[in-house]
Design a protein around this ligand. Structure first.
Ligand SMILES: Cc1cc2nc3c(=O)[nH]c(=O)nc-3n(C[C@H](O)[C@H](O)[C@H](O)COP(=O)(O)OP(=O)(O)OC[C@H]3O[C@@H](n4cnc5c(N)ncnc54)[C@H](O)[C@@H]3O)c2cc1C
Length: 509
C-alpha cells in the first residue's frame, strides 16, 4: 500500500525483512525485486505521492510539490551550481528527462582498475541493462514527436560531421508534452513511480510517504532497522507521529546528497572517512539560439537528442526544449532585455552541454544546521572549466551551422554571440570558473563510493557497508566516478544487483 500521514493513526511500530529509505532509482528497484521474491518490504519516502492526474504542466507548482527546496538547491563554491533533486515517490526519476544510457565502457574499465570493482563484470552489467531496457520500454526518441528544436540542432551537427543521434529513453509511446521534468502527464515515461513501485506494492510492499527517516537502528555492529517521523503536507512540519521498523536488512537509498548527510549526522559507516567526499555532479552549461523561423517550443521531447563526438574528452551535449518560465531564467539578461527576447520565444531553441569531471572538487558535509539541510560544497576546477567553455562553444558552433542568427551563453564577456567572429573569440578566451554565471547539474554521484578497499570506499561491490553488517547503501552515492552519461540506468542496474545479494543473505544461500 502507499500510505500518507493521514492514513496512519498514532505511531507506527512494525517489523519487516527489508526497510528501505528512499524510493528513487536506487530504492525503487530493490523494493520491487525483494517484494517480488516474497519478502516483507517497507519503504520510507520523505516526499509525497503524485500521479499523472497531478502532473499539470505547471512548472512552479511542480517545483514546489515534487522537488527539494522547490528545485532551487545550490552548491556552495565557485561557481554556484543549481542542483535540483526530486523529493517524491519515484525520487528524482519522477521528474527527470528519461534518458536511459549504459555506462561508457572505458568508465567501467576504470572502475575495475582504479576501484578494484572487477566483480562487476561487463557481461553481468549488460545482462541487467538488457533486462531493465525491456522492463522500462527503452527505445530511441521518435523524431516525429521530438519537436523542431531537436531536429534543427541535429541538422546543424550533421552539417559539421559530428557524431550525433536520438537518445534512448524509458518512455512508452511518448506524446511529446515537453514536460518530463514536471512529471509525465501521459504516464508514458517509465519512471520508478510508474514502473518499479506499483509492482512492489502489488507484491505487498508498504510505502510510507511524507515520512522522513532519521536513524538507522544498530545493535552489536549490525543494522536492525530504521526510525523516522511523518511530515504534514500542508505545513511541512512534523505531525508528531513516529515510525519504527525492525528489519533484517536496511537499505539507505536517499540519493548522493542525502545518503552521506544521513550517515554523517548519525556518525555511521565512516571508518574510511570517505562518506560525503568525492562528490561529482556532471556540471552543465546551456546555450540559447535565436533562429530566423519558429521552432515551436516547448512541444516535443525536452531531452531527445545528443552530440557525443567529444564524449571521450568528457563532453556530452543533450537537449531539446523547455517551457517559457524555465527558458526565461536561462537567458543571460534580466528586465526589459529578457522580456524583449522572450517575445521571440517561439523562434528560440535551448541545448545543454554536460561535463564529466576530472579535476573538480566536491563534498557533502553536515554543517550542523537545524533541519535536514546538508552543505553541498563544489569547486569547478582545472580542465573541467575548459571543458565547460568547450561544450558551450561547440553548442554555439552547431547552432550557427543550423542557421542561428544569435546565440546566448552564460559566460561573462560572451553573453551574446552574433556570428563566427564572436564564436572564435569565445574559443580563444581564457575562461575562469567565476566567469560561468549560470551552471546547473542533475547527477550528484560518488559520495559513498563503492570499492574493494575499505580504507578508500564506503561500501563493497555488493553495496553493503564495510562497517555495519546488514546496512546497504544503494543510490547515486555509490557510483565510484562520473559514468560519462546520464546515470539512472546504471543506478538501477546496481540496485538490481544489490537486491540479488540481499536475497542471498535473507535466504541464507
Ligand atoms: C531535472 C532532472 C533531469 C534528469 N534527467 C535524467 C535523465 O534524463 N537520465 C538520467 O539517467 N538521469 C537523469 N537525472 C538524474 C537521475 O534522475 C538521478 O541520478 C537518479 O534519480 C538518482 O537516483 P537516487 O536513487 O540516487 O536518488 P533519487 O532518485 O533522488 O531518490 C532519493 C529519494 O530519497 C528520498 N529521501 C532523501 N532523504 C530521505 C529520508 N531521510 N527519509 C526518506 N526519504 C528520503 C528523496 O525524497 C528521494 O525521493 C535527472 C535529474 C534531474 C534533477
Amino acid at each position: 500500500m502507499i500510505l500518507g500521514p493521514h492514513d496512519v493513526k498514532g505511531d507506527v511500530r512494525r517489523s519487516a525483512d527489508v526497510a528501505i529509505i528512499g524510493s528513487g532509482a536506487g530504492g525503487g528497484p530493490i523494493a520491487r525485486e525483494l517484494a517480488g521474491e516474497g519478502y516483507s518490504v517497507v519503504v520510507l519516502e520523505e516526499g509525497g505521492y503524485f500521479t499523472r492526474e497531478d502532473f499539470n504542466l505547471n512548472p512552479a507548482e511542480s517545483y514546489m510539490r515534487m522537488y527539494r527546496d522547490a528545485g532551487q538547491t545550490i552548491t556552495l563554491g565557485v561557481p554556484f551550481v543549481l542542483l535540483p533533486m526530486g523529493k517524491t515517490v519515484g525520487g528524482t526519476t519522477t521528474v527527470n528527462s528519461g534518458t536511459a544510457l549504459r555506462v561508457l565502457r572505458p568508465v567501467l574499465k576504470k572502475w575495475h582498475l582504479t576501484h578494484g570493482l572487477t566483480d562487476i563484470t561487463e557481461e553481468e552489467l549488460n545482462l541487467i541493462y538488457g533486462h531493465l531496457e525491456e522492463f522500462l520500454f527503452v527505445k530511441r526518441a521518435d523524431p516525429e514527436v521530438a519537436g523542431k528544436v531537436a531536429g534543427t540542432f541535429l541538422a546543424g551537427a550533421e552539417k559539421l560531421g559530428l557524431s550525433s543521434g536520438w537518445l534512448p529513453r524509458n518512455a512508452k509511446e511518448c506524446e511529446g508534452f515537453g514536460s518530463c521534468v514536471f512529471g509525465c502527464p501521459s504516464g508514458s515515461k517509465q519512471s520508478v513511480d510508474v514502473s518499479f513501485i506499483p509492482d512492489a506494492v502489488r507484491s505487498g510492499a508498504d510505502i510510507y510517504t511524507r515520512c522522513r527517516a532519521d536513524g538507522v537502528k544498530t545493535a552489536g555492529g549490525r543494522a536492525t532497522g530504521v526510525t523516522g517521523f511523518f511530515i504534514d503536507p500542508m505545513t511541512g512540519k512534523p505531525t508528531g507521529q513516529r515510525i519504527e521498523v525492525e528489519a533484517r536488512v536496511t537499505v539507505l537509498a536517499a540519493g548522493a546528497v542525502f545518503s552521506p548527510y544521513f550517515l554523517l549526522k548519525q556518525g555511521l559507516a565512516n571508518s574510511s572517512g570517505q562518506v560525503g567526499k568525492n562528490l561529482q555532479i556532471h556540471p552543465a552549461t546551456s546555450t540559447i539560439a535565436l533562429m530566423g523561423e519558429p521552432l515551436g517550443p516547448p512541444k516535443g521531447i525536452p531531452q531527445s537528442c545528443y552530440v557525443d563526438e567529444f564524449k571521450g574528452e568528457g563532453i556530452m551535449l543533450e537537449g531539446g526544449t523547455v517551457p517559457p518560465e524555465v527558458h526565461s531564467l536561462a537567458l543571460p539578461f534580466a528586465g526589459k532585455r529578457n522580456a524583449s527576447l522572450m517575445a521571440s520565444y517561439p523562434n528560440m531553441g535551448i541545448f545543454g552541454g554536460m561535463v564529466s569531471e576530472s579535476d573538480s572538487w566536491g563534498r557533502v558535509v553536515d554543517l550542523r544546521r537545524p533541519g535536514y539541510r546538508p552543505g553541498i560544497l563544489y569547486m569547478l576546477r582545472g580542465k573541467d572549466v575548459d571543458k565547460a567553455r568547450m561544450a558551450t562553444a561547440l553548442m554555439a558552433e552547431v547552432w550557427f551551422a543550423a542557421g542561428a542568427k544569435r546565440v546566448f551563453t552564460p559566460i561573462a564577456g560572451h553573453y551574446e554571440l552574433s556570428g563566427p567572429r564572436d564564436l572564435r573569440r569565445l574559443e580563444r578566451s581564457r575562461v575562469r570558473a567565476t566567469d560561468i554565471l549560470a551552471m546547473s547539474a542533475y547527477h550528484p554521484l560518488g559520495t559513498c563510493r563503492m570499492g574493494s578497499d575499505p580504507e578508500w570506499s564506503v561500501v563493497r561491490h555488493t553495496c553493503e557497508s564495510w562497517d555495519v553488517e546488514g546496512l546497504y547503501v544503494c543510490d547515486g552515492s555509490v557510483i565510484p566516478s562520473s559514468p560519462g552519461v546520464n546515470p539512472q540506468l546504471t543506478i538501477m542496474a546496481l540496485a538490481m544487483r544489490c537486491a540479488g545479494f540481499i536475497d542471498d543473505r535473507l535466504s541464507g544461500s
